[in-house]
Design a binder for this molecule. Structure first.
Ligand code: ATP
Ligand code: MG
Ligand code: MG
Length: 378
């Protein structure tokens, strides 16, 4: 049988492996860890650094196509793989997503609106940027996630302090936007340039980490249509191959701005595993295998509730196992655990997908699952 490969052994790689295996493929994972969520389910786990030439060549020898599950994979590794095999996405697309400045320019070049911003490479750039960027958010251009490496700044003085605290790492300063809510759209684009998009999900964060993502059909059609159109334009503009997620801000005046993108399946798209005909992970495998893209239509209103490591500790900090039977006793629920051996507080350990016959039933079930888990305000 044919093999598909993935760089990275986290939960996204694991769910990719499972989807590819369900289509009859064998999968190889490259990840330096001794054990990892994807390595546990893969047909082969190559333990080596992501830029190890011998390991990359072995992966290329094995696999018809290779993908990535995290954006900070060395772009050169994808370029090396692409010399002999299909690499989807390409190193170039991943490189754009690794740098917020390149990302913002690319998004704008695709004709998609973004927040007003400026590149901040030095204190002088902060002196020179317009007043209209305050209040703003200063973000490191690279390696930020879950709200890490960013600071809200009310004034130019606060921005100077925050820039200093980031030790002068290259940054972007964005004007703070009046958000109504946040959504994301997952698209899949195949090797011939055909593409599909999923209905947007609404994202709710807690402590900077995605807590809940809801696809209940409540995003107005005009806004959902704009966001899906923008995400597809972006994928076309990048000549993207694979699964791409684009996060959007919906402003109080109804405007839709793109915030950032992820060159891979995304946490906010996990609802597609149970809420849609074909999941984001299966689309990733289909693109790599040269198979037709699948239907993105929703079967039911759906939501994804993240299970962070906090749930594995009681109020006294003693380890415990969450009440899975209680969760699964709520109708319409499906549990996805990532097989991580050790729970740490903010670590993503799994998620629960929740379906309802309509939005009201879905929200009632989200509340019930949250209550079982002791999450009061989800
Ligand atoms: P992720 O975990 O989604 O990758 P991240 O660390 O890359 O997060 P962003 O998504 O850019 O960072 O920002 C984190 C959150 O901060 C956003 O979800 C949004 O709530 C808020 N935020 C970011 N930029 C702005 C902005 N320009 N105006 C208002 N709020 C913002
Ligand atoms: Mg991000
Ligand atoms: Mg984000």
């Amino acid at each position: 049988g044919a093999w598909l490969g993935v760089l990275g052994g986290g939960q996204l790689g694991r769910m990719f492996c499972q989807a590819a295996q369900a289509l009859g493929y064998r999968v190889a994972v490259l990840d330096p860890a001794q054990t990892c969520p994807a390595g546990m389910v893969a047909d082969e786990h190559i333990r080596a650094a992501y830029d190890d030439p011998a390991a990359l060549d072995r992966l290329a020898q094995r696999c018809a196509a290779v993908t990535t599950e995290f954006e900070n994979v060395p772009a050169d590794s994808l370029r090396r793989l692409a010399r002999t095999r299909i690499a989807a996405p390409a190193g170039e697309a991943v490189a754009v997503a690794q740098d917020r400045l390149a990302e913002k320019s690319y998004i704008q070049a695709a004709g998609v609106p973004v927040a007003a911003h400026a590149a901040i490479g030095s204190a002088a750039d902060l002196d020179a940027c317009p007043d209209t960027l305050f209040p703003g958010i200063l973000k490191t251009a690279r390696f930020g996630y879950d709200g890490k490496g960013q600071a809200r700044v009310a004034s130019r003085d606060e921005a100077r302090q925050a820039f200093g605290a980031l030790h002068g790492a290259p940054c972007i300063l964005e004007a703070l936007q009046p958000l109504d809510y946040e959504i994301s759209v997952v698209v899949a684009r195949d090797l011939h340039g055909r593409s599909v998009s999923y209905p947007p999900s609404r994202n709710v964060h807690r402590d900077g980490i995605l807590a809940l993502s809801v696809a209940d059909g409540s995003v107005p059609d005009g806004i959902a249509g704009q966001a899906r159109g923008h995400a597809l334009s972006l994928a076309d503009h990048l000549d993207y191959h694979g699964v791409l997620c684009v996060e959007f801000f919906v402003l109080r005046d109804g405007r839709v701005l793109a915030n950032e993108m992820a060159p891979r399946p995304h946490n906010s798209g996990h609802y597609t595993q149970d809420g849609c005909l074909v999941s984001q992970f299966e689309q990733q495998a289909r693109v790599m295998a040269g198979l037709p893209l699948g239907g993105t239509e929703m079967l039911r209103p759906a939501a994804m509730l993240n299970l962070l490591g906090d749930l594995w500790f009681d109020a006294q900090g003693r380890p415990r196992e969450p009440d899975w039977a209680g969760v699964l006793a709520v109708p319409g629920t499906r549990l996805h655990l990532y097989g991580k051996s050790e729970a740490r507080r903010a670590r993503k350990m799994g998620h629960v997908n929740i379906l309802g016959a309509d939005a009201a039933q879905l929200h009632a079930r989200i509340a019930r699952v949250s209550a079982v888990l002791g999450l009061s305000d989800a």
